[in-house]
Ligand binder design. Structure first.
Ligand code: NDP
Length: 281
């Protein structure tokens, strides 16, 4: 039976490490502050923002909430980001996505100072990752590397297959696995024979966005399977992109949903904020 990778426990470990680092920074007179901007009141976004605030509280990061009305103009949002970029006491700026349709997300992301880009979405951060320079890394894939490393799963030399090529998960995931010396294949909706590709994977990262799509036919016996998806099934129960009950018996390690990748995203966001503040020393 597969080892269940406990994302909740690993995220708690990282949060405790952040908490200790925040305390050390405070002793040196350095506070850590994250500005969170939400435009409109999409219920899912409000839940994510609430969880981020709770995470900040736990580790001792000050969170500045900017809750702006749905009809906020792009210029007004850009002005706010400019002001937060200039504030020496703000270490991280996070704009909760998606933004209302009248606002250009790319322009907003580009307006954030890369030194405060704790989501790792700015082109400068993505470019730095691509050419192996230091910079902030998108939190979900960064969290997946931590799940693997802290579970003692070696990446170097392994066949790593990523399903999905989104800017926030698939692409940075592939670059991070490459940085860890994995042999990386990226698959997507135009991949001709998905099962043939995934069947070679020692480490299979699934970010396809389709509930329970990945069954055991896609998985090599003994593989490690990381499930990024989050959905609600017909019974309103949370499930992932992987059919967990079908796949768990054939793999060596697997992340559950919930309690796998999900908790890591916030833990890595907090970690990025602490890193940002530490760089000001
Ligand atoms: P996207 O919808 O942006 O990307 C999905 C990717 O899957 C695309 O690259 C698409 O290919 C590919 N794809 C779709 N159908 C197929 C198919 N039949 N065969 C092969 N590839 C396919 O999703 P995200 O990357 O944003 O998210 C993926 C999942 O992870 C979602 O369930 C999301 O909710 C979840 N998520 C969870 C997070 C967490 O914290 N746990 C954080 C972020 C996301 P193409 O590019 O060709 O269209």
């Amino acid at each position: 039976m597969a080892k269940i990778i406990d994302g909740k426990a690993i995220a708690a470990q990282i949060k405790d490490e952040c908490r200790a680092k925040v305390a050390t920074l405070k002793e040196k007179g350095i506070g850590v502050t994250l500005a969170v901007i939400q435009v409109g009141n999409d219920p899912a976004s409000s839940v994510y923002v609430g969880n981020k605030k709770k995470g900040c509280e736990y580790v001792g990061i000050n969170s500045l909430a900017h809750e702006l009305p749905e009809d906020t103009t792009e210029d007004k949002l850009l002005d706010l980001i400019g002001e937060l970029n200039r504030r020496a006491d703000v270490n991280g700026i996070l704009v909760q996505l998606p933004l209302p349709g009248h606002i250009n997300e790319d322009r907003v992301i580009c307006a954030i100072d890369p030194r405060k880009d704790v989501d790792g979405f700015h082109p400068a951060s993505v470019g730095a990752l691509c050419i192996g320079q230091p910079g902030f890394v998108s939190c979900t894939p960064a969290g997946i590397i931590q799940l693997l490393v802290r579970s003692g799963i070696e990446i170097a030399g392994k066949e790593c297959v990523v399903i999905g090529r989104s800017n926030i998960v698939g692409k940075p995931m592939a670059l991070l696995l490459l940085r860890e010396n994995g042999t990386v294949t990226v698959t997507h909706s135009r991949t001709k024979d998905l099962k043939a590709a995934t069947g070679r994977a020692d480490i299979l990262i699934v970010a396809v966005g389709k509930p329970k799509m990945i069954t055991r036919e896609y998985v090599k016996e003994g593989a490690t399977v990381i499930d990024v998806g989050i959905h609600r099934d017909a019974n309103n129960k949370l499930c992932g992109d992987v059919d967990y009950d079908d796949v768990a018996p054939v793999c060596s390690a697997i992340t559950p949903v919930p309690g796998g990748v999900g908790p890591m995203t916030i833990a890595m966001l907090l970690n990025n904020c602490v890193e940002s503040a530490a760089q000001t020393i």
